[in-house]
Design a protein. Structure first.
Length: 242
């Protein structure tokens, strides 16, 4: 039997945040994702979605974890004990991020916004900018500032920026929350198609469960338990359907 290839590996993650004597603990027993998979992360506000996304995006270092790695262009990268500069280097090369509101820099044109990951990685060939813009249907917007775009166009620019450097993983934090229903469906479909086209693993956080049914490869949610009056845990679990 051929061993399944995975781009993301997490085993036995625990991260606790505390405030005024009340503790919230995120637990991820196991999370493995293959190249090109389109996964959804769902759950109520405060269940740990943002914390997990920050850990996956190498913004937040987990307090306890047995295994945490991604497979880069030159093989597996162990993320458990990287220095802050090492984490930043992996993040800029191998991870793309789409914020709920796009997160575009308002003083840069669409072209220059999309090119940011290439410039951060010191890539001189900016040809992928126009290629990605054509795929997403925003080539006519390249020389405009973000303020002249619709909400859907801004999100497409954000998707282009997240994918232009061909990262291994793209994290999308509720990218459809600020657009209408038809645009949300288009954005979901673009994520799904581009994940498969480029072999990029996409993890999308969403509250809109109707967007997911029959459209994603994997669905993860959280089992919330109040262990004591001072401790609540959120354990990641995969579900077959919603």
């Amino acid at each position: 039997m051929t061993k399944t290839e995975h781009v993301l590996h997490i085993d036995q993650l625990k991260h606790t945040r505390s405030q005024a004597g009340v503790h919230f603990q995120l637990i991820v027993p196991k999370m493995d994702l293959a190249p090109g998979q389109f996964a959804a992360l769902v759950g109520p506000s405060g269940c740990g979605k943002s914390t997990l996304l920050d850990i996956l995006g190498l913004v937040l270092k987990p307090q306890k974890i047995e295994r945490f790695s991604i497979t880069g262009t030159k093989g597996q990268i162990d993320l458990t004990d990287l220095t802050p500069s090492g984490r930043a280097a992996v993040r800029s090369r191998h991870i793309g991020y789409v914020l709920q509101t796009g997160g575009l820099l308002p003083f840069l044109t669409v072209r220059r916004n999309i090119a940011l990951p290439l410039r951060l990685n010191r890539q001189k060939d900016l040809g992928p900018v126009e290629a990605m813009a054509r795929i997403l249907g925003i080539e006519e917007q390249l020389d405009k500032l973000p303020s002249f775009l619709s909400g859907g166009q801004r999100q497409r620019v954000a998707i282009a920026r997240a994918l232009v450097h061909k990262p291994k993983i793209v994290l999308a934090d509720e990218p459809t929350a600020a657009v209408d229903e038809l645009t949300a469906i288009e954005i979901r479909d673009q994520f799904r198609a581009l994940s498969r086209k480029f072999g990029t693993t996409t993890i999308m956080v969403t509250h809109d469960r109707s967007l997911l049914r029959g459209q994603v490869d994997r669905i993860f949610t959280f089992n919330l338990e109040r262990r004591t009056s001072e401790l609540t845990t959120a354990t990641l679990q995969e579900v077959e359907s919603l």
